[in-house]
Design a protein around this ligand. Structure first.
Ligand code: SF4
Length: 447
């Protein structure tokens, strides 16, 4: 069986059926449905990663699993194993279009279960061949507005459930705050509207004066919100533009023990949120997590866009022991762990674009931040260590961003990896001493 991957093109996003060549081999991206993998599927993924890849596993910012280090010769066996556990789409095209992020706790809380909607939308996108031209990263989002909400996660087309009205608020081009709101829709109207908006995007992006807008936000920036609303004529029954005022504010995701209000009274509510250091683990960690989670009664593993996995429905008496087991495996169960505040991409040697070992450097800097108590203060990413100006690990600004260039780091203050640096060509030692001087040991505040 020949390797089923195609030559990369601009804007191309990897899948499992269309892997991407990287510095350490082929990278496979899995998009598990329902933001979840079963315990058996997790075991299978770990085995595939260990035996067919180099064992590296990443949890992406859209809650997808990336398996690293495959060779063309090992790919057929890997795909056969993944297919056996229902982890593959029918075609690479269907897989590419099914870029849907949903609430990680869908179906487990008092909010309406949005998983059937995700399934319907995924099927409709798979059949919509006219949407083949959508950009690789073009993404949909359905938030049931249970905590923690997806309000801070951006999407090209988003639907945020409003508990007061029982309707979904339709947004385009951003997170829940910055997205342009088009109106509201019922559950039944959501899938046709999502497809209609995707088609409208393609129509507008093809206009002669559309410029180089590759995503919905680019189109909005190019035309301006008012013109976009005018251009997005959706025909009869089109939603009336309105301003959303009551969307739930973004809720900081939990780390460690948490409880949820279950949809079914009999279901156990004891949960654990386990962090992956810089969004990464290896096959042995995932296999260990699957075994430990099963012993503690978890039915599946929920994947999140926050570099965390949620284990729900645990036997309360076993939760503390599970937390210890996961900590021993290398997962983060302590909300104060500074690695939760650091974003770091693959770096060298995994990424061919990188000139520095970003992961090792981020680990070294996390020890420094722990020592300086720099993990205190406002939540969110504090330090972004990027292997190049592409900034894959963190698209938003951060207080400190280190951008590798020719083996050294440029430092950006309160910006993104693409922004103008305040200092250039720093060694890691210089970065460490600069960070050490920037913090008050008592408060962790930057000076
Ligand atoms: S930011 Fe650059 S070095 Fe890091 S993973 Fe992305 S392309 Fe590679």
């Amino acid at each position: 069986m020949s390797a089923p991957f195609k030559t990369p093109v601009k804007g191309w996003c990897p899948g499992a059926l269309r892997p991407m060549p990287a510095g350490d081999g082929l990278l496979l991206r899995l998009r598990p449905k329902g933001s979840a993998v079963s315990i058996d599927a997790a075991r299978a993924i770990a085995a595939v990663a260990a035996h067919c890849g180099n064992g590296g596993i990443e949890l992406s910012m859209r809650g997808n699993l990336q398996l690293r280090g495959f060779a063309p010769e090992t790919l057929p066996e890997a795909l056969a194993q993944l297919a056996r556990h229902g982890l593959l789409d029918a075609t690479a095209e269907a897989e590419a279009r099914r870029n849907i992020l949903i609430s990680p706790l869908a179906g487990l809380t008092t909010a309406p279960d949005i998983r059937p909607l995700e399934e319907k939308l995924g099927s409709a996108l798979a059949e919509a061949r006219d949407l083949a031209a959508l950009p690789g990263k073009f993404g949909f989002l359905i938030d049931d507005c249970s905590a923690p909400s997806l309000a801070a996660c951006p999407a090209d087309i988003r639907f945020d459930y409003d508990t007061d009205t029982g309707l979904f608020s339709i947004g385009i081009g951003g997170d829940a705050t910055e997205a342009i709101r088009l109106g509201t829709c019922t559950t039944d109207a959501l899938v046709p509207l999502a497809l209609g908006l995707a088609r409208a995007f393609l129509r507008l992006a093809a206009l002669p004066d559309a410029g180089q807008a590759g995503r919905m936000r680019g189109l909005i920036d190019h035309y301006g919100p008012a013109r976009i609303l005018h251009l997005l004529r959706l025909g009869e029954g089109a939603p009336v533009p309105y301003v959303a005022t009551d969307l739930r504010a973004s809720v900081t995701p939990p780390v460690g023990r948490f409880d949820l209000t279950p949809s079914a009274p009999s279901r156990a509510s004891a949960c654990l949120a386990a962090g992956l250091p810089f969004g990464r683990c290896d096959a042995a960690m995932l296999a260990g997590l699957a075994e430990a989670a099963e012993r503690a009664g978890a039915s599946d593993i929920r994947l999140t866009p926050w570099r965390l996995v949620f284990l729900t429905g645990l036997e309360p008496a076993r939760r503390d022991h599970l937390a210890e087991e996961l900590t021993d495996l290398g997962f983060i169960l302590d909300p104060a762990d500074p690695r939760l505040r650091i974003a770091a991409c693959s770096g060298a040697p995994a990424c061919a674009e990188a000139s520095t070992p970003v992961q090792d450097d981020a680990q070294a800097l996390s020890a420094l931040l722990l020592h300086r108590r720099a993990s205190a203060g406002a939540p969110g990413i504090f330090l972004h260590v990027s292997g190049c100006a592409k900034g894959c690990a963190h698209a938003a600004p951060a207080p400190l961003t280190l951008v590798a260039r020719a083996g050294l780091y440029d430092l950006v203050l309160e910006g993104k990896a693409t922004d103008h640096p305040a200092a250039r060509g720093l060694t890691l030692t210089q970065v460490e001493s600069l960070l050490a001087r920037s913090f008050s040991p008592e408060t962790g505040a930057s000076s």
